[in-house]
Design a binder for this molecule. Structure first.
Ligand code: ADP
Length: 387
């Protein structure tokens, strides 16, 4: 009698597997909860794991692999026999070894890691682009006993992105040269118009000059995003005077935000050792945003002070402010806040992404304090240079 029951259950489980694999993820979840016995549920779950397109792997807290599905074999080239009982570090390229420690510490604090894009090493040594979703496995007492990982092969997506960024890099580069000549012709004409005291021409050419400056900034931003995505953004470090840099920033800010009041009371006489052009670009991006997202006639405060050997830069506006929800995503590539205050302002959502990445490359980080309707302060620090 028990044998017949077991056979029936086996047939039922096989039928279930066939049904479940034709269903969407949502329906699979519904099916799992609809079936009553543990065996039924287990049959469905193991079917999902077996036939998933993604690698589904589990490991213990020491990073030793405890399960390995068919797609993990396909993506990484190792069989379950080769991987179970082995360290997961086998898959991690040498330059990314510290990732595992970071991920484990995030999981220990109860976080999930979602769609984390990284690279892993296959059995044949080739590198594969993957997106990882990682969650803790807990026992009945709620204690974390291991980790489950879903790894999606994103090689095609990455190739597509690469093509896109190559295209952006080529177009931006080609636009740069003619734009530089247009700008110098405008400045020549502007100087002549000033000499002749031709008010109309001065007015028109100043506006034309401002627009070409905006276009130049945009093109530099695109080029830098493309470089960043290709891992080709490097810093060109030099020692320079903070005051000279800020003078340049302020004179550009006066052109960029002619209808705002600029509040700037000078900087300490110190030197920095950083990528001067990129720090200038960071400041211009922050000032450009301050003027874009606040009303004309309001004040933009630019500050740089010295605290314990660190130069603290900040840009404060009296603008629309940023909600706590948006603040979380603000430094992501292409992220734009979509509300009635920001919708009509043009932009691509790359300025702050670049700002954050450039500051990160300098070993520091960008901070923000903001209140809806009150305004925003962006700040960062760089060490003072001592010769
Ligand atoms: P863009 O301005 O081109 O959209 P950014 O990356 O510079 O891109 O900024 C991302 C988003 O952050 C903007 O769309 C805007 O909604 C918000 N933002 C940036 N700076 C400010 C600011 N000073 N005040 C209010 N919102 C801002």
């Amino acid at each position: 009698m028990d044998n017949i029951r077991a056979l029936k259950e086996k047939a039922f489980a096989q039928e279930l597997r066939a049904t479940v694999m034709n269903e969407s993820i949502q329906n699979q979840a519904k099916l799992i909860s609809a079936y009553q016995t543990a065996e039924e549920r287990e049959a469905i779950l193991s079917a999902i794991v077996d036939f998933s397109d993604d690698a589904i792997i589990s490991k213990d807290l020491n990073g030793i692999v405890t399960s390995w599905n068919k797609s993990a074999e396909r993506i990484f080239g190792y069989t379950a026999l080769e991987m179970i009982g082995k360290p997961i570090l086998t898959l991690i390229p040498d330059d990314r070894l510290e990732e595992e420690t970071l991920i484990l510490s995030r999981l220990r604090s109860g976080e999930r890691v979602d769609h984390f894009e990284t690279k892993r090493r296959k059995k044949d040594g080739r590198i594969v682009d993957v997106s990882l979703t990682i969650s803790p496995i807990k026992n009945v007492d709620g204690k974390i006993t291991g980790v489950s990982k879903i790894a999606r092969d994103i090689t095609d997506k990455k190739l597509e992105e690469q093509r896109k960024y190559d295209f952006i890099a080529i177009v931006s580069h080609e636009l740069k040269t003619p734009l530089t000549s247009v700008k110098s012709y405008i400045q020549l004409a502007l100087n002549k118009a000033k000499e002749r005291a031709d008010k109309f021409a001065v007015n028109v050419l100043t506006r034309a000059d401002l627009q070409t400056s905006k276009m130049t900034t945009m093109i530099h931003d695109y080029l830098n995003v493309a470089r960043l995505e290709q891992g080709k953004m490097t810093l060109s470090l030099t020692a320079f005077s903070l005051n000279d840099l800020m003078e340049e920033v302020i004179s550009d800010a006066l052109i960029l935000a002619p209808d705002h009041l600029l509040d700037y009371s000078g900087c300490p006489e110190v030197e920095l050792y950083a990528d001067r052009d990129k720090i200038c670009q960071v400041m211009m991006n922050l000032l450009n945003n301050a003027s874009k997202y606040s009303s004309t006639g309001t004040t933009i405060k630019i500050n740089c002070s010295l605290e314990q050997g660190q130069v603290i830069f900040s840009v404060t506006d009296q603008g629309v402010g940023i909600s706590p929800t948006d603040q979380v995503h603000l430094f992501e590539r292409f992220y734009r806040v979509s509300n009635k205050n920001t919708m009509e302002v043009s932009g691509f959502g790359i300025g702050l992404y670049l700002v954050a990445e450039i500051i990160k490359l300098h070993g520091s980080s960008i901070k923000l304090v903001s209140e809806i309707g009150e305004g925003t302060t962006f700040s960062f620090s760089l060490p003072m240079f001592v010769r």
